[in-house]
Ligand binder design. Structure first.
Ligand SMILES: O=c1ccn([C@H]2C[C@H](O)[C@@H](COP(=O)(O)OP(=O)(O)OP(=O)(O)O)O2)c(=O)[nH]1
Ligand SMILES: [Mg+2]
Length: 150
């Protein structure tokens, strides 16, 4: 699968870990690594803001999504509490990951562990126009499971 990287993004790496990379040529996300001096032990249902040591300069019209890794979720019950985390184009602070432990036992995070993945996405910047009526549809106001389960 040929992949052309047309988009370049400036990033500062103050961690001792390598820059995030796409693990395979078809990967959507680049894994983010924990940049921590001491290991973190997350107790059941405990949440923690985990630093990455990364500072990104996203072009306007893009966002970065911080998403969970499925392996961590299924093996250790660890996920991103605010999934998907939204990194705004104008954010210049450190990229951090809001981890939570949904397992029944303590879970350990070590420096350099790949704790989440970052997906770069285009976003539309919309202008809202206030009106009194909006167009009708077949679905109408039905939602939240109104079409059933099967
Ligand atoms: O998983 C995340 C989510 C957010 N952020 C950073 C970048 C983002 O631009 C900023 C604000 O995130 P968000 O808008 O989700 O949080 P908020 O609670 O609305 O804070 P703010 O009032 O600063 O927008 O925090 C992260 O580093 N990781
Ligand atoms: Mg916000």
């Amino acid at each position: 699968m040929p992949q052309v990287h047309q988009l370049t993004i400036n990033i500062i790496n103050r961690s001792s870990n390598p820059l995030p990379t796409y693990a395979t040529e078809g990967s959507s996300g680049m894994d983010l690594r924990a940049d921590i001096e001491e290991e973190i032990i997350l107790q059941p249902l405990e949440r923690r803001l985990v630093p990455t040591g990364l500072f990104i300069e996203l072009p306007l019209g893009y966002e970065a999504q911080v998403r969970p890794r499925s392996g961590l979720a299924i093996k250790q019950g660890i996920t991103c509490l605010n999934s998907p985390g939204t990194v705004d184009a104008d954010y210049r602070g450190e990229l951090k990951v809001v981890l939570v432990n949904f397992s029944s036992g303590p879970q350990t995070i070590k420096n350099g562990d790949r704790i989440a993945q970052m997906v770069i996405q285009r976003v539309e910047i919309a202008r809202l126009i206030q009106v009194d009526e909006i167009g009708s549809t077949v679905r109408g106001e039905g939602g939240f499971g109104h079409t059933g389960k099967q």
